[in-house]
Design a protein. Structure first.
Length: 208
């Protein structure tokens, strides 16, 4: 299978995320694994969009006294649920059904590093979400330039931009509640945590 030919806009998204946020780029073997069983990837992608919506609403329930956060997370939950609907529509077109829930080893490895203290827990929830969104954006950008039908490439191009915006949203929220120095320092830790979680994974047709 030939290497994916990434479109300029997708290449810019992926490159910017790796340069500014992610310590390591996704290896090309991941794209090969996804293209080798794209229907399975769609099942996993749908699950991730649904879980992202649920995560956003859990933030609303956990921090009801933070109006800016609540508004942002409600909007995010609705957007992620719409992404789920779009993936489900694509699955239906291909005759693919939803799969049973499975644990995500990447997300679980990241969440294990969230600290338990009140303030520490809050900043870690925001920054861990920022890193997960950044990796998702980078990988969607890779799929936007991979050997897929044009309409699917366009779909992942749109999702890459959306996930990159979500990454910035979580950084912005962290900066609203913590000093710039605190955010920058802890973000460096999370960059390494995310890189370790990513490199520990086998290449499989899943988002993570």
């Amino acid at each position: 299978m030939s290497a994916p030919q990434i479109q300029p806009q997708s290449r810019a998204i992926a490159s910017s995320l790796v340069t500014q946020t992610l310590l390591l780029p996704t290896p090309s073997q991941w794209v090969d694994a996804v293209l080798g069983d794209f229907d399975h990837f769609l099942q996993d992608h749908a699950a991730n969009e649904r879980k992202a919506s649920t995560m956003a609403m859990s933030m609303v329930a956990h921090y009801p006294d933070r109006p800016e956060l609540v508004t942002a997370m409600v909007d995010l939950a609705l957007e992620e649920l719409n992404h789920f609907r779009q993936v489900l529509r694509l699955m239906n077109q291909r005759g693919v059904i939803l799969a049973a829930d499975k644990k995500d080893p990447y997300v679980n490895a990241i969440l294990r590093q969230v600290r338990k203290g009140s303030a520490e827990y809050f900043i870690d929830r925001l920054l861990s979400a920022a890193m997960i969104e950044a990796r998702g954006a980078e990988r969607f950008a890779l799929l936007a330039g991979a050997n897929l039908p044009l309409e699917i490439q366009g779909f992942y191009q749109t999702l890459a931009r959306s996930e990159a915006n979500h990454h910035q949203l979580f950084i912005h929220l962290a900066q609203q509640y913590f000093s710039a120095a605190q955010v920058a320092e802890r973000l460096q830790d999370w960059r390494q945590i995310e890189a370790d979680a990513m490199t520990a994974l086998e290449f499989r047709p899943c988002l993570h």
